[in-house]
Design a protein around this ligand. Sequence first.
Ligand SMILES: Cc1cc2nc3c(=O)[nH]c(=O)nc-3n(C[C@H](O)[C@H](O)[C@H](O)COP(=O)(O)O)c2cc1C
Length: 183
Amino acid sequence: MEEYISIDPSDYHVFHPRPVYLIVVKKNKGYNVMAASWVSPVSEEPPLAAIALEKSSYTRQLIDVGSEVTINIVGEEHAEIVYKAGTLSGRKVDKWKLLNLEPIASRKISVPGIKNAYGFVEGIVKNIVEAGECDLVIVEILNINVRKDLYEKYGWDLRKARILMHVRGRVFSTPGKLLFVKK
Ligand SMILES: Cc1cc2nc3c(=O)[nH]c(=O)nc-3n(C[C@H](O)[C@H](O)[C@H](O)COP(=O)(O)O)c2cc1C
């Protein structure tokens, strides 16, 4: 054990870097957008993803079971937008306007994706599970849109798609190396 030190159990940074997404939900007039990196696929059949959403966020306040949501996949060129969407609350400012976001129509729901995102997932909140200061929002995925120029048969073309990952605070990263293992 000498080669290890013990760190604070609440130090979630051991799970980072991890991709960060822009979550769009409907508000009174228009849409709210927030950054979220605690997002994961959790089932293929049916297709489900989970978002750990702070109970205190405006986004959480705006949604319930049955709400529509888009999960937008973004890249390094979106880092500034992501940081602002993740540090300002829609309770105080219209982030959609402030960040000059443009909608791109979804195919299955009325909440749009964000124009120029690498892709966006359309879903409906299926279930909400309590988890500490967060709620785990389980989203049923109804449709996925990916940019034709960035997605290949087996997933993101990482030579072109500079998927944005969150390290900590204002530090972000992108996947830098492809490794191919033997069969
Ligand atoms: C890179 C990054 C990742 C974040 N990931 C999450 C997350 O997974 N879950 C969450 O609840 N908040 C996350 N946040 C914080 C929210 O985006 C932030 O609290 C935001 O202001 C909430 O906006 P809202 O009040 O308009 O909903 C993240 C912030 C940043 C900058």
